[in-house]
Design a protein around this ligand. Sequence first.
Ligand SMILES: Nc1ccccc1-c1cnco1
Length: 241
Amino acid sequence: PPARFDIVTIFPEYLEPLRASLLGKASARGLVEIRVHNLREWTHDVHRTVDDAPYGGGPGMVMKPDVWGAALDDVCPGGALLVVPSPAGRPFSQATAQRWAKERHLVFACGRYEGIDQRVIDDAARRMRVEEVSIGDYVLIGGEVATMVMIESVARLRPGVLGNAHSHQDDSFSDGLLEGPSYTRPHSWRGLDVPEVLLSGDHMRVDRWRREQSLLRTAARRPELLESAELGPADHALLAE
Ligand SMILES: Nc1ccccc1-c1cnco1
């Protein structure tokens, strides 16, 4: 049965890229089902108002509870998992993607930066699971781009979506270290040569070199990952150099 992704947004055109390329093909093949809903369909007034000034004052606008409540009543049957992208959310990670890949039905509520009236989330939590999630510590205009990031990382884990090209150990994060440098032909390009170890045909040597590159890159760019990675004595010796 296809995994279903429903997205509620005031910028439906923002989600068009999900119809293109890989995910477009996957949905054409019935592996996933992506449906985009325009929040304004649930507005009550002639101006199709979706937000209003915040109680307590302050900058920006807050999205109206009655409009969102009507939309989620229609879009979220019982049993769906409601995802609310938010800068104040719990951090999204590959572990989150793995967990969500098991879900039949995910609904994404795309709100603006100042947020959605809290009662929408409190009311939804009475009848479904709700997760407020951040994709990183930077400010976006709304939740649409975060939603595309999360849908891509979840959909690619669904069987058949990536064809057999999908490497099952998950890229950079399989052993907790960053992926090192990659090379392909030609072996010399603009005066830059591929490290000769990779042309040696000595697989033990190649594997060891790749491990060293991952360790050095992780130490340089993401030292905090080293604490949770499984390092052997050779790894510690290299990092102590
Ligand atoms: N900045 C935002 C504004 C609106 C909705 C989500 C976000 C967000 C999600 N992850 C980081 O930021």
